[in-house]
Design a protein around this ligand. Structure first.
Ligand code: TXA
Ligand code: MG
Length: 330
């Protein structure tokens, strides 16, 4: 066993926290069966303890150890997409403590597609609960450097597995009611899931509010994000810059060559795969360059574009600090 993996396993066994690379984003991992260690995840992230975590396992064959029963749809989806960026929500098995599920009788499980994560999970032998390794509400880390910047010494050990290939979180599919429904669009597309199932899953709107990714201001950089139509990005950016903002611009590919008078200008990567991979890094870079406003537009919501659009909308959503005139006293 590689030294780093051995060290990480020791940390998990001792009740510590290990940041681990996955193909989607970096996770902040703890032994899923150690309620105290799981509790530390919530403390470090500043995440409300009622928000459930994902249990990561080494192999789809182990799914039955963590859930009450494995329905046929779970078998089909696991077979089609694991290891990979798909999370299945099923009835909780007794092995999963309520601390890891935020008190829910259901549990989210996935097999990540990253050699370092898989080496850790196999060597550890158990399940590792891991949310994204960022502070609650902020942008997920896609490099080990981002994890250090977000969490510093609060994490006991960081496994460096390079940059995450997919770049946005896993797709979450709820299999606990009659029809499989997508709770969060992510690395596996709705089109892929439909092809595997032979019918279309239900849309994300059925999501319960307690899924943190559903909070309006999730996945947000420090800079405020404003979404406009693609053809208005340049004009809006220049106007805001003239008004004294330090504007970061995510320039739609069709306008990539347009000269823009703004603080920081980045052309959106041409393929949706590259855009997904780089999205969080780009948002972080705008913060680092001192932008206080980011002007962007939504990509076409097909394939991975749906996950990118979902994250951009959340990043642009109202912040907890915002006064909300629509709900006085809320
Ligand atoms: O790609 C990913 O999924 C990454 C990597 C590290 O695996 N993890 C991740 O974890 O994004 P986190 O905690 O940031 O987001 C997990 C999502 C949350 O929105 C949570 O509410 C939802 O999964 N979730 C977990 N358990 C659930 C359950 N029993 N029912 C419904 N949603 C659940
Ligand atoms: Mg997260």
């Amino acid at each position: 066993m590689n030294d780093d993996i051995e060290k990480a396993v020791g940390v998990l066994r001792a009740g510590g926290l290990v940041a681990l690379p996955t193909e989607t984003v970096y996770g902040l991992g703890a032994n899923a069966e150690d309620p105290a260690a799981v509790g530390r995840i919530f403390a470090v992230k500043g995440r409300p303890p009622t928000h459930p975590l994902i249990v990561h396992i080494a192999d789809g064959e182990q799914l039955g150890d963590w859930v009450e029963e494995v329905p046929e749809t779970a078998r089909v989806l696991a077979e089609a997409f694991w290891p990979g960026p798909l999370t299945l929500v099923l009835r909780r098995g007794r092995r999963v403590p309520l601390e890891a599920t935020g008190g829910l009788e259901t549990v989210a499980v996935r097999v990540p597609d990253h050699p370092v994560a898989l080496a850790l999970l196999s060597a550890f032998g158990g399940g590792v609960t891991a949310p994204s390794a960022n502070r609650f509400g902020s942008v997920s880390p896609t490099t080990a450097h981002h994890v250090h910047a977000e969490l510093g010494d609060a994490v006991d050990f960081v496994l460096d597995g390079g940059s995450c290939e997919v770049g946005v979180e896993s797709t979450i599919v709820d299999l606990t009611s009659g029809v499989p429904s997508i709770l969060r669009p992510g690395g596996v597309t709705a089109e892929d899931i439909e092809a595997a199932l032979g019918y279309a899953p239900a849309a994300p709107s059925a999501a319960p509010v307690r899924v943190p990714g559903q909070h309006p201001s999730h996945y947000a950089p420090r800079a405020r994000v404003v979404l406009v139509e693609p053809e208005k990005v340049v004009a809006e950016a220049e106007l805001a810059q003239e008004r004294g903002h330090q504007v970061g611009v995510l320039l739609p590919a069709a306008f990539a060559d347009a000269p823009v008078k703004a603080h920081a200008v980045v052309a959106v990567p041409a393929s949706t795969a590259a855009y997904a991979r780089e999205l969080y890094g780009l948002l972080r870079a705008f913060d680092q360059r001192g932008c206080d406003l980011i002007i962007a537009s939504l990509p076409v919501e097909e394939g991975l574009g749906a996950a990118i659009a979902n994250r951009l909308r959340r990043a642009a959503g109202p912040r907890p600090s915002d006064a909300d005139p629509a709900t006085p006293g809320a």
